[in-house]
Design a protein around this ligand. Structure first.
Ligand code: HSE
Length: 435
């Protein structure tokens, strides 16, 4: 058997502790599978005295995570600190520069600096592995890197944030409000330290930017992801969507169109009966359309100790086996320049909910305004015909296909309309690629 692979772990939160547990529980199997003993040499975390339920006997404790990058007795640094800047970035850069392999679960870091870090890793001939950064336990990075090499990828549709999917599922099944359910998700440990990253769509956008790069051979381009979160979705919307035969999901989509690549994260109405509509709770899923393989859907847990640590271990085992590949499939120098944002050209049908003044003729006025804005209506629903205390009633329109610009103009017009209270809510309907 070759020399042990000597590991240093920075960050002993849920995931870090999970990695230590797997190394302890499956050490013999992992050594047999990779041909090398996986030896935990050192760890670094904030609080040495905290009980994490792990045995660190014989493992060096470094208060400064950067010491792991400098240590002569470490071959691979496992970065589980998080954040696109600061210590996590310094550590990964220092480790790569020192010629050490890196495994990280840090989606923000890879989304913001992936291309530059890949260049650095390639210069040094070391691995930069980040399976755990995208969709937790789903082996999507390996699938893209290895299994789908024979395909030109046409699109990716993902449910990439477990917190949002959990919230939307709970709102659907219990009819509870968004804020109330968010608190549950935080208590269950699904949400990021800053939950606005989850509910605002940023966490899913980090993951999407990484997937888009793998799928289309482009430099990681987080800046050009169109991002909308789920904060404005109400239990009413979810109930209306159900009447129309849809579920509400936060989708992360990257697709190749005639004019280029679009990356977008936003709530969407997904037809019931499609694979993504069936993904519930904290589960994530990625639907890939490849020209040879056709449609492929991977589903699994996107967060939590076990799934994320499982993904980190696969990265470590790859290194132990000597599988060192360019982080984004092709060498960083061959990645194409970022695609231009093409969201304005995107077309779909839309769900449009507004609160109409409850008076004779108001619906006629509103539909006229929509016609004047060139919006063609497919269906209208007025829930129970009852107005709320302020004399407004919720009305939902499903539109025929139209482009983003036209819809935005119609929304602005309606927001100013005397028969409409407040700003209407618009949700895109995704029913093409998903069937
Ligand atoms: N906060 C993330 C989620 C964790 O809810 O999916 C994994 O990135």
């Amino acid at each position: 058997m070759s020399k042990p692979l000597r590991i240093g772990i920075a960050g002993l939160g849920t995931v870090g502790a999970g990695v230590v547990k797997i190394l302890a529980a499956r050490g013999e199997h992992l050594a047999a599978a990779s041909g090398r003993v996986l030896e935990l040499v050192a760890v670094s975390a904030r609080d040495k005295s905290k009980d994490r339920g792990i045995d660190l006997t014989g493992v060096r404790w470094d208060d400064d995570p950067l010491a792991l990058a400098a240590a002569d007795d470490i071959d691979i640094v496992v970065e589980l600190i998080g954040g696109s800047e600061g210590v996590a970035r310094d550590l990964v850069e220092a480790a790569l520069k020192a010629g050490k392999h890196v495994a990280t679960a840090n989606k923000a870091l890879i989304a913001h600096h992936g291309t530059a870090l890949a260049r650095l890793a390639e210069e040094k001939g070391v691995a930069l592995n980040y399976e755990a950064a995208v969709a937790g336990g789903i082996p999507i990075v390996k699938t893209m890197r290895e299994a789908l090499a024979g395909n030109e990828i046409r699109s990716i549709h993902g449910i990439l944030n477990g917190t949002c999917n959990y919230i939307l599922t709970e709102m659907e099944t219990t009819g509870r409000d968004f804020a109330d359910v968010l608190k549950d998700a935080q208590d269950l440990g699904y949400a990021e330290a800053d939950p606005t990253f989850d509910v605002g769509g940023i966490d899913a956008a980090h993951k999407l930017a990484i997937l888009a790069s793998l799928a289309f051979g482009t430099q990681v381009d987080f800046a050009n992801v169109h991002i909308e979160g789920i904060e404005k979705i109400s239990a009413t919307d979810i109930a209306f969507a159900k009447e129309f035969g849809f579920k509400v999901k936060l989708l992360a989509i990257a697709e190749k169109g005639e004019a280029g690549i679009v990356q977008r994260v936003h709530p969407a109405l997904v037809p019931e009966g499609t694979p993504l509509a069936a993904v519930s709770g904290v589960y994530n899923a990625v639907a890939i359309d490849g020209d040879r393989v056709g449609h492929l859907v991977l589903e699994g847990r996107g967060a939590g100790e076990g799934p994320t640590a499982s993904a980190v271990l696969s990265d470590i085992v790859d290194v132990a086996r000597g599988l060192i590949v360019p982080p984004f499939i092709v060498p960083a120098a061959k990645l194409k320049a970022p695609a231009k944002p093409l969201m304005d050209e995107h077309k779909s049908s839309f769900y449009l909910r507004l609160r109409a003044v409850d008076r004779a003729g108001s619906m006629a006025e509103i539909t006229r305004a929509l016609a004047e804005a060139s919006i063609s209506i497919e269906r209208i629903v007025q829930r129970g015909g009852k107005s709320d205390e302020s004399g407004r009633m919720p009305v939902v329109f499903i539109t025929h296909e139209t482009d983003e610009g036209t819809m935005a103009r119609a929304r602005t017009l309606l927001a100013k309309h005397e028969d409409v209270a407040g700003t209407p809510l618009v949700i895109r309907i995704e029913d093409g690629e998903l069937r």
